[in-house]
Design a protein around this ligand. Structure first.
Ligand code: PGA
Length: 259
């Protein structure tokens, strides 16, 4: 079994799927199937409306709860938005921020992502910051530039102490929901670049400690080779996290670090 220098995190992003009953049943199955000795952090991100049901279902387990988004304002006239205090009240310790679907479909800019990061951190929520390039950007050799811009934007004005607990998820957009996973080498290469960027922004110690998850068609049958890469510290899993047996296999990955 691998001895990772950073505690692995496996997160399930359930997107706009499941009723509260279905979400509670799936969460209960996760709780039941989890190896009690496992030291990884396991995170579930259901829809806002299912947070309470999932919280009840995972009570007494080590599973953590995340929202899929969070507003940057504390309260007020923001129809449809959910505040940091409200997601904490619903049991969340973490929030996904800047998922590519939020960026693309809901037109979230790096500036919006930055405001959400700051609001979450201020409230004591751990952001799981999602970044990644589109296929067009990759094919026109812009991957590094895009990642650099997204990271610089997301962390603008955030001090090292504030950035301390942030988790980063590298998710190439072309790999999300497409069945096209980045190869372990492609993912490792991007993770090394992201870590270098974090060194540029916050220094070497921070870069060594920050956890960088891979996301994009992570499956029970490719998690082991991904987790064998030295700079992949976990996974953000969409489709495969909706099937209890498959997601449990992802969580209990078996990887021998290749470096
Ligand atoms: P996928 O989604 O695993 O279904 O590709 C990942 C994500 O969007 O976080």
């Amino acid at each position: 079994m691998a001895s990772h220098k950073r505690i692995p995190m496996i997160a399930g992003n359930w997107k706009m799927h499941l009723t509260s009953k279905e979400a509670a049943d799936l969460a209960a199955a996760m709780k039941k199937g989890l190896d009690p000795d496992l030291k990884h952090e396991v995170l579930l991100a259901p829809s806002f409306t299912n947070l309470h049901a999932v919280k009840a279902a995972i009570a007494g387990s080590r599973i953590l709860l995340a929202s899929q988004d969070v507003a940057w304002e504390e309260k007020g006239a923001f129809t449809g938005a959910v505040s940091p205090a409200q997601i904490i009240d619903a049991g969340c310790t973490h929030a996904l921020i800047g998922h590519s679907e939020r960026r693309k479909i809901f037109l979230e800019t790096d500036e919006v992502v930055n405001k959400k990061m700051k609001a979450a951190i201020k409230a004591g929520i751990v952001p799981v910051l999602c970044i990644g390039e589109t296929l067009e950007e990759r094919e026109s050799q812009k991957t590094y530039r895009v990642l650099e811009t997204q990271l610089t934007g997301a962390f603008a004005g955030i001090t090292p102490a504030e950035a301390n607990r942030v988790v980063i998820a590298y998710e190439p957009v072309w790999a999300i929901g497409t069945g096209k996973t980045a190869t372990p080498d492609q993912a490792q290469d991007a993770h090394v670049f992201v870590r270098k960027q974090m060194e540029r922004i916050y220094g070497k110690d921070y870069a060594e400690a920050v956890r960088i998850l891979y996301g994009g068609s992570v499956k029970a049958d490719n998690i082991d080779e991904l987790m064998a890469q030295g700079d992949i510290d976990g996974a953000l899993v969409g489709g495969e996290s909706l099937k209890a047996d498959k997601f449990l296999r992802v969580i209990h990955f078996q990887a021998v670090l290749s470096r």
